[in-house]
Design a protein around this ligand. Structure first.
Ligand SMILES: *Cc1c(COP(=O)(O)O)cnc(C)c1O
Length: 500
């Protein structure tokens, strides 16, 4: 009787794993996907930088829950038709909007290998975590941080900045804040950054429960660097009325124009005042890899914590943000938590404490470190530094083209790789120019507002960008500018696609 039951149970449990039934067919399709993806990167110049997705295409992603199976080849075809052609375009050398990295073919392969391992880097004893520790060690060395410094991969600098605020908060109030909440003492904490700082700092103050009112946004000088005398005065005023200044967030590369605060002076001020010194180096911190640019970051080695993105100037595929904290123990105290199911052992798979989950809100986490490790090793940091310096040289070239062109106006000093300018016409015309160029597929600049005026913003981040791409951008601005500001507005309904 028992045997019959076991038999029927066994047949009901016949293999139904999600692995392919026919590995050879799968392999053939996989190779085609890889070939076509490599082709799409190699031939990226043949395509428009970006194109808007037509309604008919969007409609295809409003389907019902796919309860039945679909052939993998069919799903891939849908990806190729509906998704891939309408991506952001930041792989393209003509992409200069916001601050997006271009990714690399090497990084793509590493992502594939990481997915094959399906490693979970929350904790436990395995080599993928050693890769993350290796990168932390490299970052310690590059930024002159001590042995005890901790490092952790996160989604991006927004998350890294939030975590830095939490570490600084716990350091200021003590670990009991994690049990009791910020309470009356927490309500007195004040943080400082500049008016040119990234919006995610205010968001971090909000999410950390301290509130955006507790963030003092200090004026900047003409070069968009924080006014240190103004900062010092604000700290004094706050102390006078009973607040507790606990954090200064410096920018190493502002998102608007790439300005770098005077990090050495800020470090000295923070030391004097006993305030946590955090550097938002989202894209700018990796200038440390370039011997020409690194001196501009002087003082970063004195920071209590640094946030940076490998997915911007580092060209690592999205996403790969990173937080490094000088005092790793303080970092751990902000996030570590005892839990029976996460018990650490002296041997076996549960060994290897501390685990990454002790250093961030995440438990399960992917293998972001691998694509970063592949990128740093394959290209070497010297070559990456030279690539970073070259994007700055291209920005200088764009600046020179603008200065030489009477119809264009430079809107801000060019610090690193970001150029803000405009066509000599009103804000509305310039706004149209940006949208026209994006829709034309020729290039993808973004925009910002400087001193109340609309600016076309070109951030040269992509390692593929060339002089010809800069020339194409300038030509497009002049072309669309002339059309938009001509006598009586000319309606441009459908700008032509980029020449193939
Ligand atoms: C991009 C950027 C951020 C945000 O980083 P994400 O990786 O997008 O979260 C923060 N600060 C600065 C200066 C940035 O350039």
């Amino acid at each position: 009787m028992k045997e019959i039951v076991l038999d029927s149970m066994q047949s009901a449990l016949a293999n139904s794993s999600l692995d392919p039934q026919d590995w050879n067919a799968f392999r053939a399709l996989a190779h085609r996907m890889l070939d076509e993806t490599i082709d799409s990167i190699a031939n990226v110049r043949e395509r428009a930088v970006w194109q808007p997705a037509p309604d008919s295409v969007r409609a295809q992603l409003k389907a019902d829950v796919p309860r039945a199976e679909t052939d993998l080849g069919e799903v891939y075809r849908e990806f190729s038709d509906v998704i891939a052609p309408y991506a952001t375009g930041n792989v393209h050398p003509g992409f200069m909007g916001w601050v997006h990295g271009g990714g690399t073919a090497v990084g793509m392969l590493a992502e594939m290998l990481a997915a094959g391992l399906n490693a979970n880097l929350g904790g436990r004893d395995h080599m993928p975590i050693e890769v993350e520790r290796q990168i932390t060690a490299w970052m310690r060395e590059l930024f002159g941080f001590p042995q005890g410094a901790s490092g952790i991969f996160v989604t991006g600098t927004s998350m890294a900045n939030l975590m830095a605020v939490l570490v600084a908060r716990t350091s200021a109030l003590g670990m009991l804040v994690r049990q009791h909440g910020i309470g009356n003492d927490g309500a007195l904490l004040t943080a400082y950054t500049s008016k040119a700082a990234h919006g995610c700092i205010a968001k971090a103050m909000d999410i950390a429960g301290l509130g955006t009112d507790a963030l003092r946004q200090i004026d900047v000088d003409a070069e968009h660097r924080i006014d240190i005398a103004g900062l010092r005065a604000q700290i004094a005023v706050d102390r006078e009325v009973g607040f507790r200044p606990f954090l200064v967030v410096a920018s190493a590369g502002t998102v608007d124009i790439g300005a770098i605060d005077d990090l050495a002076d800020l470090a000295a001020l923070c030391r004097e005042e006993g305030i946590w010194f955090h550097v938002d180096g989202a894209f700018g911190a990796l200038a440390i890899l370039s011997p020409e640019l690194a001196p501009r970051l002087a003082g970063i080695e004195l920071a209590d914590s640094i946030a940076l993105d490998f997915h911007k100037w580092g060209q690592v595929p999205y996403d790969a943000g990173f937080l490094m904290v000088r005092d790793g123990e303080k970092h751990r105290q902000a996030f570590a938590q005892p839990a029976a199911y996460l018990r650490r052992e002296a041997r076996g798979l549960a060994a290897g404490s501390h685990w990454p989950c002790d250093f961030s809100p995440d438990l399960s986490r992917g293998f972001r470190a691998l694509k970063t490790w592949f990128t740093l090793k394959t290209f070497g940091t010297d070559r990456l530094g030279a690539m970073i310096a070259r994007t700055c040289a291209l920005a200088e070239y764009l600046e020179a083209r603008i200065v030489a062109e009477p119809r264009l106006e430079l809107m801000a000093p060019v610090n690193l790789n970001i150029v803000c300018f405009r066509y000599r016409a009103d804000d509305e015309v310039n706004r149209e120019i940006v949208a026209d160029i994006q829709e034309s597929g020729i290039a993808a600049p973004s925009s910002t507002t400087l001193d109340g005026k609309f600016a076309i913003r070109a951030a040269i981040v992509n390692h593929r960008t060339d002089v010809t791409d800069i020339d194409a951008l300038v030509a497009a601005v002049l072309d669309f500018g002339a059309r938009r500001s001509g006598d009586g507005l000319i309606e441009i309904d459908a700008p032509p696609l980029a020449a193939q």
